[in-house]
Design a protein around this ligand. Structure first.
Ligand code: TIU
Length: 223
């Protein structure tokens, strides 16, 4: 067994090895980071999320070059909405609801242009895309079986949004025994304060949910 790679992180160094670690990109979909999608219908400024794209492109390239397993997720629903709980459909007062026709197709519906991953971070051959109906990446998906089959025990977590799908996924992963490192500049929130507190909530209390480091700190460990 080779020595683990070490990332300078909060609350202390994060050790991992390439064979048992996957990079996960959570919901880097047009519906969240481009105008006219789900994020905007909820009243958010999608520009807030676009800052994660350049550092995440670098991390993705480095992970691919290092031969790490790469997994992408997409939040969305079947065209007949049979996998969308009424509570999710009816909550709040969005300008458009899930399934309504928007400028990029039906909001948050699988197969629509807006539901797909952004061009800047498209999967390549061999990378798995997990379609999930919820905020967490484990609920009602094949993610856990995939990780078990590939011998993955650690996750480098990126994507959007920090306090919603990233947090839910990290919490689900932590309860299942995975060691999660969240890359602070590769996760984004529509709210500046949620970004800060969301990250602190992960690494506080001795790493109650996992570790936090910058993309630079992660890339240094890989190089
Ligand atoms: N609204 C919000 O911040 N996020 C979501 O609805 N989904 C994800 O975080 N992907």
């Amino acid at each position: 067994m080779p020595d683990p790679l070490l990332v300078e992180a909060e609350p202390y160094d994060y050790g991992f090895d390439l064979a048992s670690t996957a990079l996960i990109l959570i919901d880097m979909q047009r519906d969240f980071v481009e105008p006219g999608g789900f994020g905007e219908t909820l009243g958010n400024d999608v520009g807030m999320l676009r800052r994660v794209i350049p550092p995440l492109q670098e991390v993705l390239a480095a992970a691919r070059a290092a031969g790490m397993l790469v997994i992408h997720t997409r939040e969305g629903h079947k065209p007949d909405l049979s996998d969308c709980p009424p509570a999710k459909l009816n909550r709040g007062a969005p300008s458009m609801r899930i399934g309504d026709p928007g400028p990029k197709g039906r909001i948050l519906i699988r197969g629509e242009y807006g539901h797909d991953l952004i061009d800047e971070l498209k999967p390549i051959d061999g990378e798995t895309v997990i379609d999930k109906p919820g905020k967490g990446s484990f609920y009602n998906t094949g993610l856990q079986d995939l990780l078990t089959a590939k011998g993955i025990t650690s996750l480098i977590v990126t994507g959007v949004t920090t306090e919603v799908c990233v947090h839910t996924t990290v919490r689900e992963a932590n309860d299942r025994g995975y060691e999660c490192l969240v890359l602070s500049d590769c996760v984004g929130s529509y709210f500046e304060e949620f970004q800060q507190y969301g990250l602190q909530m992960i690494s506080a209390q001795g790493g109650i949910f996992g570790w936090v480091a910058s993309s630079k700190q992660f890339l240094e460990a890989l190089s």
